[in-house]
Design a protein around this ligand. Sequence first.
Ligand SMILES: *Cc1c(COP(=O)(O)O)cnc(C)c1O
Length: 405
Amino acid sequence: MTQASASKTDLFLTEADQFSARNYKPLPVVLERGEGAWVWDVDGNRYLDMLSAYSALNQGHRHPAIVAAAEEQMSKLTLTSRAFHNDQMGPFVRDLCEATGYEKALPMNTGAEAVETAIKMVRKWGYQVKGVPEGKAEIIVCENNFHGRTTTIVGFSSEDQYREGFGPFTPGFVLVPYGDADAFEAAVSEHTVGFLVEPLQGEGGVIVPPEGYLSRTAEICRERRIAFMGDEIQTGLGRTGRLFCCEWEDVRPDVLIVGKALGGGIYPVSAAIADAEFMDVFQPGDHGSTFGGNPLGAAIGRASLRVILDEKLSERSDELGTWFMGRLRDIGSPHVEEVRGRGLMIGVVIKEASGTARPFCEALQARGILAKETHHQVIRFAPPLTIDQATLEDALVDIEAVLRG
Ligand SMILES: *Cc1c(COP(=O)(O)O)cnc(C)c1O
């Protein structure tokens, strides 16, 4: 890197540091352009994006079909609020229901809002339909979870840093170990209304639960009349080699929560999806969002979903992911404890004796590959699902050099 370019990057780093909160510790790279699986920094260096904005970019950067839908909608109408109808929301929720096989979908913006929507829906269902006494509803959640950053959601996190200094928290959540169906069953009470779970924990370190965990807990939910709430914000829309990760165990959640890639990397679009039994607990005025279901977001969401389906990105993720995971294992690096994941949601676990994952991510950045560590020891590889095998093949040369180094 030349002296001049170093100072250009530094200027942006300094500004962000001086004028914003320090709630992230990003890699020191300043991006200004993206296309497909590639991004360019302010100095013109090109990088392969192996994070995909935590799977919000499954369709790649600026997918032409999604950009075109956004531009077309921007030239017509962008926001109405839900005080009026718009001609984009109906087709969007219809498409979402058709693609997922549910009766209703409630569009929101960020993932955390969709999770909050699901929590409110299931609590109210618990009182009105299941008959749990007012104020007693319990939702079972898993240790090591990540469901977003609102005060209610961090209140049931098992991660100290997510909670510290932000209490007091919302009661009514019961934590159980992830991957242990017996522990889940033991935690069920007469007041249990819901089970909120990630079918594969992403932020928690790319943790694949033991086989049978999802189907077993779903069965217990059916028997005990508990709403199984699948948080597929990160795992959904093709990321794990299926349209939804719960399909790996033929589980159909009662409430399906989607976000991230539903916005095609352009705009925040999320949704809580369920049958009428659950969705119909909401009456006018019960819940809302100024931007939820807006015509721009709906047009983008619709196009984003269409790209996932039309380009068969789930199948692509399955094939490329299986192959790529095998190649990563074949490297046989002395620093690597395990390579795990599903589809193109892959975690490379660095041995404690070899330090943390962060220096490996920095070394990858120096070689033009952007990946981010999660939970100290794990390098997450989650490129756009539109990536091709040749590009991954090239990346493996650099990944191998870094993992062996
Ligand atoms: C990212 C994520 C969320 C939160 O989504 P935001 O859009 O950041 O609010 C919730 N659940 C899971 C599993 C996620 O990966």
